[in-house]
Design a binder for this molecule. Structure first.
Ligand SMILES: Nc1ncnc2c1ncn2[C@@H]1O[C@H](COP(=O)(O)OP(=O)(O)O)[C@@H](O)[C@H]1O
Ligand SMILES: [Mg+2]
Length: 272
């Protein structure tokens, strides 16, 4: 359903992805793991056509989206639900308007029908009667769940989750993981989740792909990844300081910190 073929992408002359290949099958839950700053969000944005590769192809249902114009891209994106890193709700809008955002924008559904659909989506994520609240009145975990409800509102064929459990406490993290797995199974959709949290990855994934040094270095079922002989995978899944991955690694934390002061502005731009 989703194929990244030999993707390369650089920013300001610095390669972030290089000859990356990844195939995601229809109906599967794929989790992409990797360190902060290694290019996970960049990979997701290529799948949505929010970023274009310098080289390579992105095929969705066999169609190369890298050459689509904005109008066709928007049409394609209707099939996608996305939970952005940090939920990215519109602060000035109510929960009803946030969850039903695309229904208000892109469909001619009546207000009554939108309210019904929003209530149904909120029900699926375990929230009821919060339609008139503003994001500021919600806890972190509730915001994530509102973001989840928004992601499923347009009956997407694919959902993309960017760090769904980052910034919530471990119990809420577990609730969100359960919800993602449950939504995946009941709605029978293809899902791609990006995370650096192995507990989440094991819980959510049919298959796990590890992004390292600009490409996918390992892919397999949670058991295969857990028992991998690859020293890079081993070090990452056990969260060990000892091993081939070092802090000077150009794919590591250091580079991501360099840019961190701008990251919220980037996210905002994407959201708008
Ligand atoms: N729009 C952009 N312009 C310039 N650099 C970017 C842009 N988006 C991401 N990057 C850089 O690409 C690298 C990978 O980022 P990202 O995919 O966000 O990492 P993560 O794996 O943590 O999601 C980082 O060094 C980041 O600063
Ligand atoms: Mg990211």
């Amino acid at each position: 359903m989703i194929e990244l073929k030999n993707i390369s992408r650089a920013f300001q002359g610095q390669a972030i992805l290089e000859n990356l290949d990844l195939t995601i099958n229809t109906g599967e839950s794929m989790v992409i793991i990797g360190r902060s700053g290694c290019g996970k969000s960049v990979t997701l944005k290529h799948i949505m056509g929010l970023l274009h590769p310098d080289k390579g192809k992105v095929l969705i249902d066999g169609r190369d989206i890298t050459s689509l114009n904005e109008k066709d891209l928007n049409k394609m994106r209707m099939n996608f639900g996305m939970l952005f890193q940090g939920a990215a709700l519109f602060d000035s809008l109510s929960v009803l308007e946030n969850v039903g955002f695309q229904l208000f924008e892109y469909t001619d559904m009546s207000l009554e029908d939108i309210k019904k659909r929003v209530a149904e989506c909120l029900g699926r994520v375990g929230l009821k009667g919060v339609e008139n609240k503003k994001p500021a009145q919600l806890s972190g975990g509730m915001k994530k769940r509102v973001g989840l409800a928004r992601a499923i509102c347009m009956f997407p064929k694919v959902i993309l989750f960017d760090e769904p459990t980052t910034g919530v406490d471990p119990i809420m993290g577990d609730v969100i993981d359960e919800l993602i797995r449950h939504l995946h199974e009941t709605l029978k959709i293809t899902s791609v989740t990006v995370t650096h949290d192995m507990k989440s990855a094991y819980k959510i994934a049919d298959r796990i792909a590890m992004l390292y040094d600009k490409k996918i270095v390992a892919i397999g079922t949670p058991d295969e990844i857990k028992n991998s002989d690859n020293p890079i995978v081993k070090q990452f899944v056990t969260g060990s300081a000892e091993g081939p991955i070092t802090d000077n690694d150009e794919n590591g934390e250091l580079r991501s910190k360099d840019n961190s002061s701008h990251s919220h502005i980037k996210n905002l731009k994407i959201e708008l």
